[in-house]
Design a protein around this ligand. Structure first.
Ligand code: URA
Length: 225
């Protein structure tokens, strides 16, 4: 059994990933260590840990819920259909995708089988809690100027379970996580809207939120060195 930081055997389903994270570990070490995380049962059904991606000096972090089917197979966040929506919105808002850090509150894909498909299943509070130290460590190393929660799972995990994306999206939220914190809808929710007019309306609203993010990023000055 692999050893934890303190030299103690790691427990499967330890309840929190904290036991896997040396306080002083640099970003690349964190990523490597996350590959062996067994703090909750999701490692058994996910193909691999999907750690965040982007420059350590990114000024903005986008936080989603969990990797989807494509992300699970690729080992990279936001590379599937929801990532496509996000990419297009970033481009339209003038945010350079290569300067953005994207990650999730849960780093394994949780799914249920339906025929041959793997269907997304919502993570439990205990799984979100178990995974949280990875996200905290990412935020700590990156120290973003702007943090954006995508969807209710991320927003409630990071801003409290009373947070309502439908009412509070697009507004700045006081938080110790970053100087500027905001939430908006999850891009995958836009893909599920069947009515075309409604989808266009919601896409436009999402774009308005992402443009606010672009202004916050631009207001933060030159990129960090
Ligand atoms: N949805 C998420 O929340 N995160 C991903 O990485 C992909 C889809």
């Amino acid at each position: 059994m692999p050893k934890s930081v303190a030299g103690q055997p790691r427990k499967e389903h330890a309840g929190t990933a904290a036991a896997f994270i040396p306080p002083e570990a640099g970003f690349e070490i964190l990523r490597d260590l996350s590959a062996d995380c067994k703090a909750c049962p999701l490692w058994k059904t996910g193909t691999q840990t999907v750690f965040g991606e982007g420059p350590v000096k990114a000024k903005v972090i986008f936080v989603g819920e969990q990797p989807g089917d494509k992300e699970d197979l690729a080992g990279r966040p936001f590379v599937g259909p929801a990532g496509g929506v996000l990419d297009r919105a970033l481009k339209e808002a003038g945010i350079d995708r290569t300067q953005v850090y994207v990650t999730n509150v849960v780093k394994h894909f949780k799914w249920i089988p339906r025929g041959k498909k793997r269907i997304h299943a919502k993570p439990r509070a205990s799984e979100i809690k178990a995974c949280r130290p990875w996200l905290d460590a990412e935020i700590d190393r990156i120290k973003p100027h702007v943090l954006v929660c995508l969807g209710a799972t991320a927003a409630q995990a990071l801003l409290g379970n009373k947070f309502r994306v439908s009412q509070q999206r697009g507004t700045l939220i006081e938080s110790p996580l970053a100087p500027k914190v905001m939430a908006t809808v999850h891009p995958s929710s836009l893909l599920r809207i069947e009515d075309e007019d409604e989808r266009h309306r919601e896409m436009k609203w999402f774009m308005d939120d992402i443009k606010k993010v672009a202004n916050l990023v631009n207001d933060s000055g030159a990129s960090r060195t």
